[in-house]
Design a protein around this ligand. Structure first.
Ligand SMILES: Cc1cc2nc3c(=O)[nH]c(=O)nc-3n(C[C@H](O)[C@H](O)[C@H](O)COP(=O)(O)OP(=O)(O)OC[C@H]3O[C@@H](n4cnc5c(N)ncnc54)[C@H](O)[C@@H]3O)c2cc1C
Length: 404
């Protein structure tokens, strides 16, 4: 087991850190206050190669591994969840899922513009009446000649109002049968497709979250991802890709809260000494260290299994569950350490606390991950190989093309 980062991984970490702290940090408080998503962020992330960093070089990505993706997410969320969410949705939930399930032609059509940031992708699974219970989704599709017609509403979709491409899920017949669900790639601009932005959210206010509304949207048959009826499996495998990034992001939030708290505790004095000397404050700082370091190990473990091409739904779920709890606890403790100042947005910790609640909801709520872990422990759940697995790293397509 090697805990050292490679030179390339350190370089990615450093580059994203400089971007996040140098360019995003000075803007984030205003964006959060104004509840405004700034498309400039996408442009810069595309220019820097962050959006495609772990997509194959063959498709104009950076060809980096899954741990590098986690490191980038950690650095982005050190500043704000909204910036990390971009990688979670565009790169992991859609990009990696295309690597897993798309045909060669679909990869060339969709992954190349995604890798460079020319096109931004969103993931439309959740509906007004179906979140945790994915099989209850009601969006419908029907075949008409060489096309599919899609109708339905998706809600709480990150990047909904700014994306160019949507990976959406719909069912062929009413009911709850997951084998009736299929996955489609829908480009913005198709008649019948509209999007909206949700306002007044508790957190992720510098991010875009919204709805996708489809009324008889016609997509060509070649926009079907996987086979008809494989949509539920595709959605679950996508979440397995995305959860790694949420775990890594939450780890970055825990680190941000820890560092802010250490700084503040050394400066702020009560009863004639810095609050850092009070043991109850030290206890909170120690708990942040514990949460941060253990979360880091868990997401690195999941990333390393993904690099080996192994299915690791259990480990990824555990990393997501643990890191989101640790991030939330760290943010709550950090607000406490900052006293009344933690209650304002003068310091970033209150923003982290609001954001922390979001990541305990999306990509599987806390309760869903607890149920999953109990299922693995009790033997009612096990990970079997999928028809299309996430490729190991270095990516076979890059190796074949002499690019790795
Ligand atoms: C900021 C944000 C961004 C998001 N981005 C996206 C996105 O990009 N794409 C997308 O498709 N979705 C997205 N979502 C939606 C998110 O994935 C769902 O909100 C989530 O899956 C939970 O679904 P729900 O809100 O319908 O809650 P519900 O499923 O209705 O759950 C409500 C409560 O009941 C609990 N519960 C449900 N079932 C059980 C059970 N069996 N046992 C015990 N407790 C249970 C839940 O844990 C929760 O506490 C986003 C959400 C947020 C907040």
């Amino acid at each position: 087991m090697n805990f050292e980062l490679s030179e390339d991984q350190r370089a990615i970490q450093q580059m994203v850190r400089e971007f996040a702290q140098g360019e995003l940090m000075p803007r984030v408080r205003d964006l959060d206050r104004e509840e405004r998503f700034d498309p400039w962020v996408l442009k810069r992330m595309g220019e820097l190669g962050i959006l495609g960093l772990c997509l194959p070089r063959k498709y104009q990505g950076g060809g980096m591994d899954y741990l590098s993706l986690g490191l980038a997410c950690e650095e982005l969320e050190y500043v704000d969840s909204a910036f990390r969410e971009i990688l979670s949705v565009h790169t992991a939930l859609v990009g990696l899922t295309l690597m897993q399930w798309a045909t060669l032609e679909q990869k060339e059509r969709f992954l190349v513009p995604m890798a460079t940031g020319a096109k931004i992708a969103a993931f439309g699974l959740t509906e007004p009446g179906a979140g945790s219970d994915v099989a209850a989704l009601e969006s419908r599709y029907r075949r008409e000649g060489d096309a599919f017609l899609l109708s339905g509403d998706k809600l709480w979709i990150s990047l909904a109002d700014v994306a160019d491409l949507f990976l959406v899920f719909a069912r062929r017949s009413p009911g709850r049968d997951p084998r009736e669900i299929s996955a489609f790639l829908v480009e913005r601009g198709r008649p019948g497709l509209e999007t909206e932005t949700l306002h007044h959210k508790l957190g992720v206010r510098a991010g875009n979250t919204g709805g996708i509304h489809m009324r008889e949207v016609r997509v060509p048959a070649e926009n079907l991802l996987g086979q008809e009826g494989e949509g539920f499996k595709i959605a679950m495998s996508a979440l397995d890709n995305g959860r790694l990034t949420v775990a890594a992001g939450a780890t970055g939030m825990a680190r941000a809260c820890l560092e802010a708290s250490v700084r503040y505790a050394k400066e702020r004095e009560t009863f004639g000494r810095p609050i850092a000397e009070h043991q109850l404050v030290q206890q909170m700082i120690a708990r942040m260290v514990e949460g941060y370091e253990s979360s880091r190990l868990l997401y690195a473990w999941a990333a390393s299994l993904k690099n080996q091409g192994k299915r690791c739904t259990r480990e990824t779920s555990l990393a997501k569950l643990h890191a989101c709890d640790a991030g939330f606890q760290a943010a709550a403790d950090a607000v406490e350490i900052h006293g009344a100042y933690g209650f304002s947005d003068e310091f970033p910790v209150s923003r982290h606390l609001r954001n922390a609640k979001g990541e305990m909801i999306y990509e599987g709520t806390r309760e869903i991950h607890l149920l999953m872990q109990a299922g693995y422990a009790l033997g009612s759940r096990e990970d079997r190989p999928l028809r299309c697995s996430l490729p190991p790293w270095p990516f076979p397509e890059d190796v074949e093309a002499g690019l790795a």
